[in-house]
Ligand binder design. Structure first.
Ligand code: FEO
Length: 393
């Protein structure tokens, strides 16, 4: 990746991972990702803000060489996860005079994860400043976006917030700054849904904390740099708010067509009631698309056939994921079918204990749905409409 100038004495020197398609062996990355590392050259000291995933270290070192960086005074570690911190041991080996600047919690994690020696650290506290001469860095602890040790770095003179994971996106482009806000919005929403959403309440507090700063630019460690920070800050305020939208998400699996027929009927019934509905056949869906829809939906309807007395394993996976992501949905239910018996509904409901939802009427059909089952699905659509209206949706 080429070196790109952010502003004045600030350069983006990380790596673009164009063809990465999976993160944490779980999260699909349709647009790849980047590991942004920023070099800030003050009049007296030089700081490197975050490093890169160890797999892409070569890019970082090539950029350091091409930029003739012979000395690094500080390596700022905003976050201990290895896609940003994993390059620190190699950078320390090349620049042994550098100190790793981070908070106490992150320091402990970096020692555990990367075996960095304790004497390499310079610990900072919340709001502490670090002078680079004519440039000042200030650190703000923002725990739980998405690990407990996370912090951001604020460059006072240029009003730039280096936010690491926070406000980022798995989006790869040759352009440094956000140009296509619609595309980046969607990518950032996917990213929020997949790793930030479980910490929604904590993020609200962290947003309030950083919004006290004058921010002209947000430079995250994944994705492009926001020169219109309002776009992403407004999006986060919307996603983290308690407000849900007049939307129903239906993750489902069907083996012989019964559950599919029910889902199709319910989808049409909801459309007739002017409710936005998104069915996801879990056998073909990108799980990230499902996560995006979970950000705003008021209601989740899970559809499953009965397999060996329980839910279909793909539904178990989706229910476990939804439970872990803790979307702000207010209502949920289960529909599906069975051949000879089982406890499919109870098992799915038992998996959703993290969700603060009111359980609506469930509907389980023996075999293929019949007239009275379609009538029950109409009733369920009416019930969903009534519940949404109770929230003024
Ligand atoms: Fe991009 Fe939490 O690491």
């Amino acid at each position: 990746m080429a070196i790109q100038k952010v502003k004045n004495n600030i350069f983006s020197i990380g790596s673009k991972h164009w063809d990465r398609r999976l993160f944490d062996e779980l999260i699909p990355l349709p647009d790849g990702t980047t590991y942004n590392s920023y070099l800030v050259e003050g009049s007296e000291k030089i700081a490197l803000i975050d490093t890169v995933d160890p797999e892409n270290l070569e890019d970082l070192f090539e950029n350091l060489k091409n930029h003739n960086v012979t000395k690094i005074d500080y390596i700022i570690a905003n976050h201990a996860e290895q896609d940003h911190s994993g390059g620190i041991p190699a950078v320390l080996a090349k620049y042994p005079e550098a100190k790793v600047v981070t908070n106490e919690k992150c320091k402990k994690m970096l020692i555990d994860l990367l075996n960095i020696s304790e004497d390499k650290f310079q610990v900072v506290t919340d709001e502490e400043k670090l002078s680079l001469g004519d440039t000042t860095l200030q650190f703000f602890l923002i725990p739980w976006v998405h690990w407990p040790e996370t912090m951001v770095t604020y460059l006072k003179e240029d009003s730039i917030l280096f936010s690491c994971d926070f406000l980022g996106s798995h989006f790869t482009s040759s352009e440094l700054f956000v140009k296509d806000e619609v595309k980046v919005y969607q990518s950032a929403k996917r990213y929020y849904a997949e790793i930030m959403m479980p910490f929604r309440k904590k993020i609200i507090g962290n947003l309030e904390k950083i919004e006290k700063l004058k921010i002209d630019m947000i430079a995250p460690s994944h994705g492009q740099v926001y020169d219109n920070p309002k776009m992403i800050l407004d999006a986060y305020k919307d996603w983290t708010s308690d407000n849900v939208k007049n939307e129903v998400v239906i993750p489902y699996v069907s083996m012989h067509g019964s559950t599919k027929k029910m889902v199709e009927y319910l989808t049409d019934a909801l459309i007739k009631r002017d409710i936005v509905v998104k069915p996801f056949n879990l056998t073909v869906t990108d799980i990230g698309e499902l996560a995006i829809e979970l950000v705003d939906a008021a209601t989740i309807v899970i559809g499953s056939p009965t397999v060996l007395t329980g839910p279909h394993p793909s539904v178990v996976y989706a229910a476990a994921l939804a439970n872990a992501l803790r979307p702000k949905a207010k209502f949920a239910t289960v529909i599906g079918s069975f051949g000879w018996g089982g406890k499919m509904v109870e098992k799915i409901v038992g998996m959703l204990n993290n969700l603060k939802v009111e359980l609506l009427s469930t509907l389980i059909v023996k075999g293929y749905p019949k007239e009275n089952d379609f009538h029950a699905l109409d009733n369920l659509a009416d019930e969903i409409l009534k519940k949404h209206r109770s929230l003024n949706l």
